[in-house]
Design a protein around this ligand. Structure first.
Ligand SMILES: Cc1ncc(COP(=O)(O)O)c(C=O)c1O
Length: 416
């Protein structure tokens, strides 16, 4: 997309939101006195009614879910903690470190460094920034990513002037590893693998990409924003995977998002960094009231409550709590898959690796994907749309119940 195209729709959207112009009379200069809390809350309840709510089950295609009650409680209780001035919050900083270590432990290596981030986008951008700095001698740096990689790598590339080389997918949407290897050259500064792709939740051959990273001596980043808090618990449920974890010594950094399948509050991502040589590329902030410190983050001020609430949630749920949560999500995924296979106008895009299921139309549907999606939207269903692969994404997040799936299927059948 042209950059000039990108800014315009945002303005159009704002102008099209019903009441947007009307509410502008409430701007601060015109408000001589404040309003009462109850009036404001009533107004907010009213205005926010148009937002979709998770309990309806209609948010069927997002990688977000309502934060766990306990995480929400902790977050509001410690909302004033700022990890951007760590010296003022040494208790919060220690908790952040423990969260990173617990995540590392879960993924096979407790000796990781890292930071809580605002989400997967920030973590992926930082990883690319680290390798850009490590490889500062390369004049025309490029990164090799699967075609299925998240947009955050494109953002990183725009910000840092990186060339993006995309490896093709096979017809089953898994990575074509031969094509991937053919894209690696002297200018490559990063190899990226994904544990839970955005469109289909698929797992790249992490161990094999690790071997390529070793063979060509490249920085290897794993984007496990979604799958990092799914796959470790699937193993506990008896699913077998080829090795993917931090024990693969070629892995340099890892993205894992507590605000996706970790059921924590927004914003909560994390970057785990394995290679201690990159420590020197942390940003040093010298002037703060709490004293100088360094971190990998792009953000300055950042919510300490993100780290604290996920720490509390992990203590509360224990590994077994997360395992049960993943079990619930997977059962729904397989239930939906089996039901879709009974509808002749639909097919699954590929066998799911985790709780993400892609749906495609068959020729019997006699309808375009756009049309099908807009009919679903009219009925209130919000699915992800991946036009490039002609598929709709469903994500069986913790808030989805079997009854929601049944309602969805009823609406789908009524369309055909
Ligand atoms: C695989 C993957 N990586 C990164 C991201 C970006 O995460 P965030 O939206 O938290 O920035 C996403 C978002 O869905 C994702 O699916």
């Amino acid at each position: 997309m042209e950059l000039s195209d990108k800014g315009k729709p945002a303005i159009d959207i704002l102008q099209n939101i019903e009441g947007f112009i009307g509410y502008s009379e409430n701007n601060i200069p015109k408000l001589h006195k404040g309003k009462s809390r109850s009036l404001i809350l009533t107004e907010l309840e009213d205005r926010l009614k148009i937002d979709l709510n998770y309990s309806s089950g209609k948010v069927l295609g997002a990688m977000t879910t309502p934060p766990h009650d306990f995480a929400r409680y902790i977050y509001t209780r410690f909302i004033d903690r700022n990890l951007g001035d760590r010296g003022l919050n040494p208790g919060t900083a220690a908790i952040e470190k423990e969260v990173i270590e617990m995540l590392g432990n879960l993924l096979g290596d407790p000796f990781v460094d890292g930071n809580i981030t605002s989400g997967g986008t920030e973590a992926n951008i930082i990883a690319m920034l680290l390798t850009k700095q490590i490889n500062s001698d390369i004049k025309e740096p490029s990164i090799v990513i699967p075609e299925s990689a998240h947009y955050s790598f494109d953002k990183a590339a725009i910000l840092m002037g990186l060339k993006v080389k995309r490896a093709r997918l096979l017809p089953n949407f898994h990575l074509d590893l031969n094509h991937y290897e053919s894209l690696i050259d002297d200018n490559t500064i990063a190899l990226v693998g994904i544990l839970g792709t955005s469109a289909l939740g698929l797992i790249d051959p992490i161990e094999k990409i690790g071997k390529l990273a070793g063979k060509y001596n490249k920085y290897f980043h794993v984007d496990a924003a979604f799958g990092g808090l799914v796959v470790p618990f699937m193993e506990e449920l008896g699913y077998k995977f080829s090795p993917y974890n931090l024990k693969i010594h070629e892995i340099c950094s890892y993205t894992v998002d507590p605000h996706k399948m970790g059921m924590s509050v927004n914003p909560s991502g994390s970057l785990l960094v394995k290679n201690s040589n990159v420590n020197s590329f942390k940003f040093e902030i010298p002037y703060l009231a709490g004293g100088a410190f360094s971190s990998y983050n792009i953000l300055g001020t950042r919510p300490g409550a993100s780290a604290i609430s996920f720490w509390g949630l992990m203590q509360f749920m224990g590994k077994q709590g997360f395992v049960e949560n993943v079990r619930h999500c997977l059962e729904n995924t397989y239930y939906l898959r089996d039901q879709i296979e009974e509808i002749s106008q639909l097919k699954i895009a590929t066998e799911p690796d985790m709780n993400v299921l892609g749906i495609q139309l068959t020729s019997k549907a006699n309808m375009s994907l756009d049309k099908f999606n807009s009919l679903l939207r009219q009925k209130g269903w919000a699915l992800g749309v991946f036009k490039q692969w002609n598929l709709l994404r469903t994500v069986m997040m913790p808030h989805i119940r079997k009854s929601h799936i049944d309602e969805f299927l009823k609406d789908v059948k009524a369309i055909f």
